[in-house]
Structure formats: C-alpha cells, structure tokens
Design a protein around this ligand. Structure first.
Ligand SMILES: [Zn+2]
Length: 390
C-alpha cells in the first residue's frame, strides 16, 4: 500500500518573526516519540496525570496539528487536537516547555445543498462542495434508505446540515438534519433525530448495535468529551466508559468486525481495536492479556472472547476502558449500546412529526430555489487517494 507520507505542509505567514506550520500526525507516532523527535523533554509526558496520559494515547494518526515556529526556526508552540473538543497546547513557560489541555475554538454553520443527480450522490455532493465528510455522512445515513442503483439522471437531492468550522475550514464530524432524494416522483427522506437516523415514518434505520463487552460490577467513569474540573482547574475529557471488573474477566467484541490493533497503546496499556461497519471502531484498553488467536486482521463475531480485564498502562485499578469511534471521532458508547427500540411512540413520535414537518417545508423551498453550495478549500488528489469510500 502506498503510504502518503509526503506531509501536507502549509505555511501561513503570521508575522515576520513567527509562522504556523500545519502537519499530519504520522502513523505509529506516540506523544513520547513526538517529544523526542522535536527535542522536547520527556518529562512533559511523565508529569501528566493518569487521565491526561490516557488522552495522549488518543491522538489519531492523520490528524492535522499545528506548530508555531520562531524566527530561528525554533519551536515555540504546538497544538494537537484530542477528540473534537479539546487540544493539547505545548508552550514555553520561562525556559521550560509545559502542556495544558484547552478547548478547541470552532463555530457551527447551518448549510444546505440542492443538486440534480448526474453521476452518483457521493460524486455529485463532492463536486458541488469538495466536502468529503459530507459525502461520506450522506452515504452512511442513506445506506438503507434508497437503492442508489435505481437513481436516474436528473433526480433531485436536497440536504440540510450542520458543520463545524475552525480557522475557516470544515472541522470534525458533521450532522445531516435531513436528506431527501426525489426519484420516480417520490420523495425519500432521512432525518437525524435524537442521535440517530430515521425514515419519514419514524422508523429508526438499522445501524450498528453493539453489546456490552463484559460482565462488570459497576461503571467507574462515564464518557465526557469536555469538562472543566473546578478543583484541578483544568479541562478534562474521558473518551470512553470505564467498567470496573476483576482481573481476568472475559472481554468480548462488542460487535462483528475485524481486529485492527493488538498491542500496547501508550497510557491505555494492552489494547485491542476492532473495526465494524459504517465507520465504527471499538477500543478495549488496560487489558491484562489477549485471548489466544487475537491477532490483527482477524475477523471476530459479536460476543467473541478477545481479551481479559487487567490493570495495564495507566490504570488506578482493574477495569476495562471501552472506547467507540465513528469516522475516528470518539463518541459516547452508551449512545449505541442500547436495547433495540420498537420505533417511536407517544411524545417522541409527536416531537418527531413536528420536527420533520418543518424540515420538509425547508426541503420544498430548497427544491424551488437555487442554493449556491458552499465549497470547501483544499480539494486535492492526495485526499482522494486516502479516502477509499465511493
Ligand atoms: Zn478510561
């Protein structure tokens, strides 16, 4: 496989004396190796508390981070995103480098798109907006909604979506409030409602249903993407659920999938990662040991034994740290682990109908008018090669 290691480096001239460099976090890089490479003291890592060291293990390969350099090419500051809400900020305090965790500043934009189908929804959305996140999200949301093969040239597609913008560019995950495809004079809708996609009758679309990966005694820490700790006076995040359980308790794959990582992952200790459908990945950390035959590349079934609860890495007691990612963004596992519902009813159904009624009206207006799509910058071939979705 060709690895696109030619870093996409963009230089912004800020002032005469300093400049900002954007780079991609290389595969296999850990926070420690990063410090080493940049001649920064490893004490930055070792003086972090447990929760911060866990977060350091959350840096995703391929994520864009920024370096601020001085006149003499000296590193002055580094900003590394962790999840979507927080970032590590490395900076000089006197003559010493220190790290703090700070929020990422972004805005939210409400956007819409209306196109006539020429090729496929994916290609047409991409052509109109240069927005891969949007094109992928659309395909994932409409997965079971309409058979794309039956679409005709000239069929209509309308989207209303919310996206985050940071430093003038599309940032992080994105939500499609409503997608509509009109084919054979029939309008097919998908709505995003209460953290899930629904069709117009209020039926939740089939999606990944995960099981709890172990029998546990209690949840010792819930998921949080950003919180301010008033005593420590620090921002914190916990990008998973901690399940307290005895050492050696069996850990099972939460869903069908393929093992993509088995090994030590920084503060997470012995870790397994499993890829599932629809862009979901699960992570199992602090394991005591791996089950026999748990190797990278192996297909696993939901409920299949993969490892055993332990206390490895930075862990204050035996527990399983269970993480869930969608398109590499950490999300709350409890939003996916739930008992299958029998569709919406009662007040939920009423809310759904009121909510979707107003969105349908917006779609009708969009169909009758011309919307200038918002084009994202930095459209390039490199990116196309890295995103094998079509
Ligand atoms: Zn944890």
């Amino acid at each position: 496989m060709v690895k696109m290691f030619c870093l996409l480096v963009i230089f912004f001239s800020f002032a005469h004396s300093t400049y900002l460099e954007e780079q991609k976090w290389p595969k296999g890089e850990t926070f420690l190796t990063f410090l080493e490479k940049n001649s920064l003291p490893s004490s930055i890592y070792y003086t972090l508390d447990k929760e911060e060291q866990e977060l350091a293990a959350e840096i995703v390969a391929g994520v864009k981070y920024h370096k601020l350099k001085g006149e003499d090419n000296q590193l002055e500051q580094v900003l590394i995103p962790i999840g979507e809400e927080l970032q590590m900020h490395l900076y000089k305090n006197g003559d010493k480098f220190v790290m703090e965790i700070i929020p990422v500043i972004f805005q939210e934009e409400n956007l819409s798109l209306s196109v006539d189908i020429q090729n496929s929804p994916y290609v047409d959305i991409l052509k109109a907006t240069n927005n891969y996140t949007l094109a992928n999200e659309f395909v994932q949301s409409f997965r079971d909604g309409v058979n794309f093969r039956n679409l005709q040239k000239g069929d209509k597609l309308v989207l209303f979506y919310k996206q985050r913008v940071r430093l003038g560019k599309q940032y992080g995950s994105l939500k499609i409030d409503v997608s509509m495809i009109e084919t054979a004079h029939k309008k097919n809708y998908i709505f995003f409602f209460k953290e899930s996609y629904y069709d117009q009758s209020g039926k939740e679309l089939e999606r990944l249903l995960l099981g709890t990966p172990l029998t546990y005694t209690r949840i010792s820490s819930e998921f949080t993407s950003k919180r301010w700790h008033p005593i420590l006076q620090k921002y914190r995040a916990h990008l998973g659920i901690d399940y307290a359980a005895g050492i050696g308790t069996q850990v099972k794959s939460a869903g069908d999938g393929k093992i993509t990582f088995v090994g030590i992952k920084g503060g997470y200790g012995n870790t397994i990662m499993v890829n599932h459908t629809s862009g979901y990945t699960t992570l199992y950390a602090h394991l005591n040991n791996f089950a026999r035959n748990t190797i990278s590349g192996k297909n696993v079934k939901k409920g299949e034994l993969i490892g055993y609860v332990g206390n490895t890495g930075l862990s204050s007691g035996p527990h399983l740290h269970f993480g869930l990612y969608r398109n590499e963004t950490a999300i709350n596992p409890s939003s996916v682990i739930k008992i299958e519902k029998n569709g919406l009813s009662g007040k939920d159904m009423k809310d759904f109908q009121a909510y979707t009624q107003s969105l349908k009206q917006k779609v009708e207006i969009a169909l009758k008018s011309t919307i200038e799509p918002k084009k994202e910058e930095n459209f390039n071939l490199t990116h196309t090669l890295e995103k094998p979705y079509m």
